[in-house]
Design a protein. Structure first.
Length: 394
């Protein structure tokens, strides 16, 4: 089956995280949204996303194409319904198109297809990603679902007796993991440790928690439930209900709560993020689609940071701060709660973070993970640079 994961009309609500990736490549729980579908529904997967991203994330079509909303995290019940679709049939959930089976279409518009598709409603519960904070809100539940999926019928690798484990039946360790003298409490949710990851001595971890392959938890780290550390990331200090999509570092003391970091981000030593207002009021967050701050409906909200952004030593971020792509934050005090992409500075003011400098740093950072900044990566960053110019007023 040819399966196309399509970005929906809510895609712009997920900026800056989706400036550099399709919606399907966002991570909540253990897996990305694409990986969740791949594990449950066999097929050849591709993406329908923004034109400038299609060069790296291409769309592929066939005589029959199953279109699936990239905003939807699958359940077995939903997958069962999807498998039964005939050509010209689709599934909706609370007014959102979820899946439809159509004949060959190189480009498609759901509004144009609407008269040619027979829609039925899905009545079950689904996790639908519309805003960045949805990734955090649903993360604990998605860790449990992904844990059940990935560990079904399998046995964990042996865990060293130097570790103190509470409810070890809820802890799963993949091959190649190094973990000694840690305390892991899985009484409130599962703990998944990916292949070749390392948890250093003195780490205190409470589930639900996921650690991606080749990721590292530094000595003495305190991690609360509802936290995902993506592949090849490093964490230290204190984390609570946060997601590092992958290849990012928060390796030192400092607090990160109710936050989402993209890839190739780095928070310097002593960086702290506020996730609760002194007034205990609802958190407002910058929204690219409306061009203003919007109410999140949540009392807790931390930092949303786009790919390739960095924060220097002892940086501080206010509740509900949004930092764009390829920013360089430094200096004392709290920067404003919306920092546009390619900004360099802090409280004292910002200047343009030039593309040449962004590329130079990105190449150095990626080489540390034995990866290269490709021409396609540079084209995407250049496109984001151009698309975000209107937000920069410095």
């Amino acid at each position: 089956m040819n399966i196309i994961l399509f970005d929906g009309s809510h895609r712009d609500n997920l900026l800056p995280l989706c400036f550099t990736r399709p919606v399907a490549e966002l991570r909540t729980g253990v897996l990305t949204i694409r990986e969740k579908w791949e594990h449950r529904l066999a097929g050849n997967y591709s993406w329908h996303t923004e034109d400038y991203l299609q060069y790296k994330f291409p769309q592929k079509t066939a005589d029959k194409n199953l279109l699936i909303s990239a905003h939807v995290c699958p359940t077995q019940a939903l997958v069962g319904r999807v498998r039964k679709l005939n050509v010209g049939e689709g599934i909706c959930w609370q007014g959102h198109p979820v899946a439809l089976l159509i004949e060959q279409a190189v480009d498609f518009d759901l509004e144009l297809l609407d008269g040619k598709v027979t829609w039925t409603d899905f009545e079950g519960e689904l996790d639908y990603v519309e805003f960045p904070w949805d990734l955090v809100r649903m993360n604990a539940r998605q860790i449990q679902l992904d844990f059940d999926l990935l560990t079904s019928g399998r046995e964990s690798e042996p865990i060293s007796l130097t570790n103190q484990l509470i409810h070890p039946e809820n802890i799963f360790v993949e091959p190649g993991v190094k973990m000694e003298c840690c305390t892991i409490n899985a009484s409130e949710g599962p703990v998944y440790i990916g292949a070749d990851a390392e948890v250093m001595e003195g780490a205190l971890i409470r589930g639900p928690f996921s650690l991606g392959e080749h990721a590292v938890v530094n000595m003495g780290t305190r991690i609360y439930g509802g936290t995902t550390v993506g592949p090849y990331s490093k964490v230290g200090g204190e984390l609570s209900q946060s997601i590092l999509i992958g290849y990012s570092n928060k390796g030192h003391d400092g607090f990160l709560g109710h936050s989402v970091l993209g890839e190739w981000c780095n928070l310097g030593a002593g960086t702290n993020v506020s996730n609760l207002k002194n007034t205990y009021d609802q958190v407002k967050v910058w929204n690219y689609r409306s061009g203003r701050f919007v109410r999140s409906g949540l009392q807790f909200g931390g930092l949303i940071m786009g790919d390739h952004s960095k924060a220097g030593l002892n940086s501080m971020f206010n509740t509900g701060t949004v930092v764009g792509v390829a920013c360089n934050i430094h200096g004392s005090g709290f920067p404003r709660q919306f920092v546009p992409s390619f900004a360099d500075g802090g409280v004292a003011g910002f200047k343009l973070h030039q593309l040449k400098s962004v590329f130079t740093t990105a190449k150095r950072v990626m080489e540390r993970r034995q990866l290269a900044l490709t021409e396609l990566d540079q084209q995407i960053l250049t496109a984001v640079f151009e698309r975000t110019a209107a937000f920069r007023r410095f």
